[in-house]
Design a binder for this molecule. Sequence first.
Ligand SMILES: Cc1cc2nc3c(=O)[nH]c(=O)nc-3n(C[C@H](O)[C@H](O)[C@H](O)COP(=O)(O)OP(=O)(O)OC[C@H]3O[C@@H](n4cnc5c(N)ncnc54)[C@H](O)[C@@H]3O)c2cc1C
Length: 454
Amino acid sequence: MENLDIARLRADFDGRAVTPEDPDYDQARTVFSALFDRRPAVIIRVADDADVARVIRLARDTGLDLAVRSGGHSGAGHGVCDGGIVLDLSLLKGLDVDVDGRTAWAQTGLTAGEYTAAVGSHGLATGFGDTGSVGLGGITLGGGVGFLSRRYGLTVDDLLAADVVTADGERLRVDADNHADLFWAIRGGGGNFGVATRFQYRLREVGPVVGGMLMLPATAETIRSFVAEAEAAPDELSTIANVMPAPPMPFVPAEHHGQLVVMALMCYSGPEEAATRVLAPFRALATPIVDMLRPIAYPEMYPPEDPDYRPVAAARTLFTETVDGDVAEMIVERLRTSDAPMRVVQLRPLGGAIGRVPDDATAYAHRRRRIMGNVAAFLTGPDDLPAREAWVEEVAAALRQGDESVYVNFLADEGADRVRAAYPGSTWDRLVEVKERYDPANLFRLNQNIPPKT
Ligand SMILES: Cc1cc2nc3c(=O)[nH]c(=O)nc-3n(C[C@H](O)[C@H](O)[C@H](O)COP(=O)(O)OP(=O)(O)OC[C@H]3O[C@@H](n4cnc5c(N)ncnc54)[C@H](O)[C@@H]3O)c2cc1C
């Protein structure tokens, strides 16, 4: 911290430098997961690309750690560090929509929800994940799996260009024709190669969708059939099924609270009559406990969130090829016998447009994986962590059935082998080469790190 001249820093930046003496320091160092209570030397809320280049120079000159933060949702806590510099993009909220050209340039301080609401007013959308408060920065650079993925592919499949400030402070326009190696790498390779300040996305015409939540009682048979139906459904339907004890929410009848349910978030992006037909087999699996599937404007898929919600959970991510009867039995049994206050097995049937892109087209290269899974157990306090970690690991191992591959954006801080598992085959070697070219000193290392060769 002694190598930082704070007065100089405040004068140098167009944005704002927040230090431990500032009243909003605690708020500024807070990230989504309450597992990470870290105290950086300074958080710099950058105002423009020149500020980003200055922060990069500062990190290089001082040798301090550099954390880059967009929406702060990293499950590994990469958006904040102890004693180092946080480059906070949250003031960068510019959005330039070309309605006729069906593209938008978005600064990376925007969240998925903010972007979706703004372009949604034109009946347009780009697909992100299931949560509006996630930042465009992290979700885009890792891949982006959500409500439109089976229809239009991952977020990176609608990424057309980016502005990236590299480790030497240079700003590059990156697209299919310019720095194509870097353009390939940032579509799945995370924050390893520079700071993205703007993304250009393709916009899709997404009128009203039929979407929302369907809750069914969870038995092995409803889980198995639900996943089978979701995989067989047309691409217009993307589904995220959470198998979990029913939360005590006002719209859930009291007799179901705590009982195992399939709480599915579903989005059919197509006409209502077709949606009714496609959703009928799901509704017929059991008498729904809650059926909130209805025609809505697409941005309503991101309901308002409690800004103070800061969960603490152990989590594991995985891919699996099948949820057959035995696997479904295992899910029910493990969820029933866990004593975590809240635990969930999330299943995301993939396929559709995700799988129609070649594996080597982007650094996200798990195109043919059939189902993404996430297992989480919430903690009541830090002492819980070892037991919850053991539980999620055991359930994840049973689900993945030997498939070690993972989606980088759902990794916690799980070590080098797990990062390696996010990038199969030659993808890893290619990423290492690009890293070597653009960040040979590994300045951008507080991330799911792809180290340079040397
Ligand atoms: C509640 C919740 C729901 C989620 N749902 C989904 C989902 O449905 N689908 C899905 O695909 N993912 C989902 N995720 C995972 C999410 O995509 C990742 O955690 C993502 O990294 C978060 O992005 P962020 O910008 O909010 O996080 P941050 O913590 O700000 O950033 C994460 C990392 O990304 C890098 N980074 C971020 N912005 C930039 C930038 N502009 N330039 C360079 N590097 C940058 C940095 O290395 C940073 O450490 C979810 C996460 C949470 C917590």
